[in-house]
Design a protein around this ligand. Structure first.
Ligand SMILES: *[C@@H]1O[C@H](CO)[C@@H](O)[C@H](O)[C@H]1NC(C)=O
Ligand SMILES: *[C@@H]1O[C@H](CO)[C@@H](O)[C@H](O)[C@H]1NC(C)=O
Length: 276
């Protein structure tokens, strides 16, 4: 009885061994060596072909790309606004130069590229017109001298108004290749907290001239500098020790400035608090 029962198990074990290697037929896991060789060869050729196809299409694609201009762009590009000095909270004691030094140093180093002597190497462009140079391989840049920022240039007042408690903040748009803002774009700032703050704009009316558009990209447009608008906050003694929230927006143009999801699209909010 027991012998009979063991028999199938024996067979089972030997069939498992035979599955791995069958000495009668010379098969290894169900296939002969030549069959395995053929299969391996097939997959080598198959994957080699796929890799070749991939490389070829990739190469062809890359041939169609241009180092100078991006091939695909958003349909409508909307720039974000950013400020310099690069702080969301500008808090300082106006009677203590060490206290506001970081803001002044930051503005000063940022404005190096707008150095009047540097900018004189750039073009004197026609105001109010886009500076289109689609044909030129290397694009020229329009002058933007720091003295356009007058009281906020750091030239006559080397503390940018921080010492008198009327600080300057620079507003700029992020660079977007090919952007040509319609109308007459300008920066407008408002106090978000209670009260109405007097604000001066440089250049006058906070305008961005069309001559600084379009921008052609880092490589094609090497000397390009973004236009700036300086905002001088005319805070008085009554505003000291108070945190004032200010929102600046791009106006007068087709660019978005009230997107619900992106609060930096065409606008920027920062806070200022002056003590003495
Ligand atoms: C900026 O301009 C001044 C003269 O106006 C010059 O002395 C200075 O070296 C310039 N700085 C740079 C970084 O070009
Ligand atoms: C501002 O700085 C001055 C001079 O260092 C100091 O006397 C004054 O107490 C400071 N004010 C505040 C609010 O820290």
């Amino acid at each position: 009885m027991s012998n009979k029962e063991e028999k199938p198990e024996d067979q089972n074990q030997s069939s498992w061994k035979e599955f791995f290697y069958n000495p009668r037929t010379g098969e290894f896991i169900g296939r002969t060596a030549s069959s395995w060789a053929l299969i391996i060869l097939f997959y080598l050729v198959f994957y080699g072909f796929l890799a070749g196809m991939f490389s070829l299409t990739m190469w062809v694609m890359l041939q169609t790309l241009d180092d100078y201009t991006p091939k695909y762009r958003d349909r409508v590009s909307n720039p974000g606004l950013v400020i310099r000095p690069k702080y969301m909270d500008i808090v300082f004691n106006r009677t203590d130069p060490l206290n506001y030094r970081k803001y002044v140093q930051h503005l000063e180093s940022f404005l190096q590229q707008y150095n009047d002597t540097e900018q004189e190497k750039n073009e004197l462009c026609v105001a109010g017109k886009y500076f289109e140079q689609d044909e030129e391989p290397v694009k020229k840049a329009c002058q933007f001298k720091r003295n356009f920022l007058r009281q906020c240039s750091g030239l006559s007042d080397t503390t940018f108004g921080y010492a008198e408690g009327k600080p300057c903040v620079l507003v700029k748009m992020n660079r977007i290749i090919g952007l040509k803002p319609k109308g007459g774009p300008y920066i407008s700032c408002n106090q978000k907290t209670e009260g109405t703050l007097q604000i001066l704009y440089f250049p006058s009316e906070g305008k961005f001239d069309k001559m600084y558009f379009p921008y052609y990209g880092k490589k094609a447009h090497p000397n390009y500098v973004q236009p700036l608008v300086a905002v001088k906050l005319l805070l008085g003694k009554e505003n000291y020790d108070e945190e004032i929230s200010i929102e600046c927006k791009i106006e007068g143009t087709d660019l978005k400035n009230n997107d619900e999801r992106d609060k930096f699209l065409g606008r920027v909010v920062f806070r200022v608090k002056v003590t003495e």
